[in-house]
Design a protein around this ligand. Structure first.
Ligand code: BG6
Length: 516
């Protein structure tokens, strides 16, 4: 059994983080507090931090939203959901202790008086806390209100902090819908908060295994020498979801599509962690400087022909997922029956750097695929086939390193071995590491880690302005080819519950998508 505690402490990355970041007491104000995110993710995350003894003392939560609600009603709704979703379970005694720290502030997002009265409430809390006035504003409303919220925070002076205290803002996705809207939002944010106090959240960066990519690469000496185009043949990133447009999600999704919803943010972030150069240090900017270089080096698909060659978009038709019959994308609730929005996208990405020149990165993401699974697989080149090529049966194939982001977080390495027996036969085998069994405990939810980091002033796992904008540049070319060109690349179809359209298989040429 691994000694989990000591392993952490002897890990140089961890030590640095521990030394650098101490979460501080604060008041968290959540805009859009009646929404799903607050109920399913944010408050359960804060509750679980408390459960694990990681929450700084005296953290207060204020939910800010339009609907009429008393504190009591707000807390009851949160408790209801916490019972269903809390990672560590729901403890009545702990909740009774936790609930009084939550209150509700009713106001529209456009009404400046709502912010002025919020300021008074915050001052009162600070007084009770002995003058310590740290504030964390979490903008989790519908995106059309982001500007109003930021501007009103500024008008009410809430972007300023008292001597020795801080005011920070976390901005939820979607961070714009294209480059101009992202630039506009960045401008509004930067007029209100300094970049160092701005936390653009991408919850994939908070996932345990995503964080482990850097550790795997840079705290082990055996991978990095091979981590380049001399030894790596291709890389695949898959993010599959079995769900469709349940719970009215079609309303948002049909305006967004897979490329904007997942690739622009989560998947390009994962890609940049896999492909980045070693940072000079672990500071937020040290890491983000290297990540942004990757995104800047993506080959741009700036003509419809290039998009047709390198990107496949698709929609699912009726089919079966988990034994249940499900509707096709265009028949889904709140989806336009003539929708031209992709619920699946596959890309062949080229990173034009010295390290990666000639190595394709294949990426696929979609709804209504057979199961929920996110993984990155690094496919190494085959060993020179001079010794074993005369053996009967299949060629041994290359090594494959798989980083399972979720579920069953872990890492496996495919190797070739001799099959036991009197004759010489080769078989692939797997070395497999599972977080849950190796460390004896599950991973925290992404939002737990990220909220704690924001309370500690550590922006390493949040997207910087230039990362977001560079990612939009790449995505916008593809969106333009699909929606603004005269000869747009076709929309492929696949049966719900299958692994995507045949065009996505063809995109890989001689390679094959890894079977998950
Ligand atoms: C969100 C997307 O950002 O991530 C959703 O908007 C998607 O469409 C979700 O379902 C997936 O997150 P996770 O953590 O469940 O993989």
């Amino acid at each position: 059994m691994l000694d989990h505690k000591n392993l952490h402490m002897s890990n140089p990355f961890r030590e640095d983080l521990v030394a650098r970041s101490r979460p501080e007491s604060c008041t968290v104000v959540i805009f859009g507090a009646t929404g799903d995110l607050t109920h399913r993710k944010l408050v359960p995350a804060i509750y679980n931090l408390k459960l694990d003894g990681e929450l700084p003392p005296d953290v207060k939560i204020i939910g800010f939203a339009r609907r009429e609600k008393s504190d009591e009603e707000f807390r009851e709704g949160l408790e209801e959901l916490n019972k269903q979703v809390s990672r560590g379970g729901h403890d009545e005694t702990l909740w009774t202790d936790f609930a009084p720290s939550i209150s509700y502030h009713q106001s529209t997002f456009t009404d400046i008086e709502g912010y002025q009265s919020l300021a008074k409430t915050l001052d009162k809390i600070d007084e009770e806390r002995g003058g310590k006035g740290n504030r964390l504003f979490y903008v989790a409303s519908a995106p059309e209100f982001f500007d109003d919220i930021l501007e009103n925070l500024k008008k009410a002076g809430l972007n300023e902090s008292a001597e020795g205290c801080w005011s920070r803002v976390i901005v939820e996705k979607p961070f714009g819908t294209d480059l101009p809207t992202a630039q506009h939002l960045n401008q509004v944010v930067n007029e209100t908060f300094e970049e160092k106090d701005t936390y653009r959240i991408d919850h994939y960066l908070g996932k345990e295994t995503a964080q482990n990519i850097m550790v795997l690469r840079f705290a082990n000496s055996i991978f990095e020498p091979l981590w380049n185009n001399r030894y790596i043949e291709q890389v695949q990133i898959t993010c599959a979801e079995h769900l469709g447009m349940e719970g009215g999600r079609g309303g948002y999704y049909d305006k967004s599509g897979a490329l904007r919803d997942m690739v622009q943010n989560h998947l390009l972030q994962l890609l940049s962690l896999v492909a980045m150069e070693p940072p000079t240090d672990l500071s937020a900017d040290g890491v983000r400087d290297e990540k942004v270089k990757v995104i800047r080096s993506l080959r741009q698909y700036d003509t419809p022909e290039l998009v047709r060659e390198n990107v496949v978009r698709g929609q699912y038709t009726e089919g079966f997922v988990g034994g249940q019959k499900v509707a096709g994308y265009r028949e889904e609730d709140r989806v336009n029956p003539e929708s031209q929005t992709e619920a699946y996208v596959a890309l062949k990405i080229q990173i034009d750097t010295w390290r990666w020149s000639g190595v394709p990165f294949f990426m696929r993401v979609g709804k209504r695929l057979p199961k929920k699974a996110t993984e990155i697989s690094i496919h190494f080149k085959e060993a020179p086939n001079v010794l074993f090529n005369a053996l009967p049966g299949a060629t041994p194939g290359g090594n494959v390193l798989v980083i399972r982001i979720q579920p069953d977080e872990g890492i496996s390495l495919r190797m070739v071995s001799k099959l036991p027996g009197t004759s010489l036969r080769l078989e692939p085998v797997k070395m497999d590491f599972h977080y849950a069994t190796s460390f004896g405990k599950g991973s925290p939810e992404a939002y737990e880690r990220l909220l704690l980091d924001a309370m500690a002033g550590d922006a390493t796992l949040f997207a910087r302005r230039d990362e977001v904008e560079e990612a939009w540049k790449f995505v916008d070319h593809i969106e333009n080819a699909w929606h603004k060109s005269e000869n747009p690349p076709e929309m492929a179809e696949f049966e719900a519950g299958s692994w995507g359209p045949k065009e996505a298989d063809e995109l890989l040429g001689d390679y094959k998508w890894r079977r998950l």
